[in-house]
Design a protein around this ligand. Sequence first.
Ligand code: GDP
Ligand code: MG
Length: 440
Amino acid sequence: LGARINSALQALSKEPVIDEKALDALLREICGALLESDVNVRLVQQMRLNVKKRVNMDELASSSNKRKVIQNSVFEELCGLVDPKKEAWVPRKGKQNILMFVGLQGSGKTTSCTKLAAYYKRKGMKVGLVCADTFRAGAFDQLKQNASRAHIPYYGSYNEADPVQIAMDGVAQFKKEKFDLIIVDTSGRHRQEAELFAEMEQIAAAIKPDNTIFVMDGTIGQAADSQARAFKESVDIGSIIITKMDGHAKGGGAISAVAATGSPIVFIGTGEHMHDLEKFSARPFVSKMLGMGDISGLVETVQDLHLEKNEDMMKNIAKGVFTLKDMRDQLQNILKMGPLSKIMGMMPGMSPEMMKGFDADESTRRLRSYMCIFDSMTEAELGSDGKVFDDGKRLRRVAIGSGVRIVEIQALLHQHRQFGQIVKKMGGPKGMLGKMNPAA
Ligand code: GDP
Ligand code: MG
């Protein structure tokens, strides 16, 4: 989808005269691409009209001006397709929030549940996971394994066969234990069977979730529209997570899901690892979908990152301190921008020559394995300068927990020490930053 729209836009740049005819040709191509991705016909028509309304040919003088206005209009309209302009639900602090996950089997519910739990845990919430999937063999084991890896408490049962009962018991227990956020994973059978929907309704009635997240596989193409519609009819979908956006998923699914439900996409899943969850934002998403290799995409992606986290880091740096957690947050920001090869491609003036000897895939792999290592550290260890790992026992524990070899953990610690030395020089009362900021 993105590639076809992008090449249509490129073709427009080569067009010597931009007139009504050129605009119509472009719109025909873009609408064709959208229809091919099974985006609803009415939506496509609306988008065509909207672009035509935005672009007033007579008022625009130069062709380059027209080109810019047309390209911007198309971009804005595509953004509108994935943005229902509805405030997304977020768990509130000081309240016991209940979140229910629904979606077909294999869509990525259990994986996304854990990713989201880990996300809110990092934000300081007490999060628990409930496995209300009694259908799939090994469902509880899967959730248990994921949850343990992320150090997240879980609830489930091997004996109870009624998912409604398990959901109620799990929620009750976590409520009693004063959890801030309780996430309930449900089953989800093969197709949109009536039984699945009945079960979902019963669980929802029993636990009264504050929000229901619909998880949809981003690679299903044509089926997206009817699937989203079917779920919308039987549950009150609050938000959407689109998964498997790491491979060749194109974005048509995301557009269909938003159109069918009118609910906002909150996150996208970009891989199987715990950290492969990106906060959704329309503009960077559309930039990526169109494969735009320009700096504006990069700027937006960077703006979209949680730089508020770095406030703590800046304070630390001013004091000459650089913890393992600071390093994790930094590397995580880099990973969030997408594959390194893409980021390098977005840098202005980056020639293939300059990329020689830099193996982006290898670097990405290494960053990901670093994230596994950080996952296996305790909060106290993350907040430290890393010296605690002189203790071989700790090192072995993290190696076992993360499944990463000890030498690689040592490499991480070595790199952290090097960063730390630079920070020490910059910060502290005698350092550059310290001199600028007497309060630190
Ligand atoms: P569920 O049946 O809805 O609970 O789905 P699961 O969470 O068990 O996921 C089904 C499969 O999809 C598993 O193999 C996951 O590892 C995989 N998966 C889930 N999310 C993603 C994603 O964002 N990217 C990729 N590549 N795989 C994913
Ligand atoms: Mg599951």
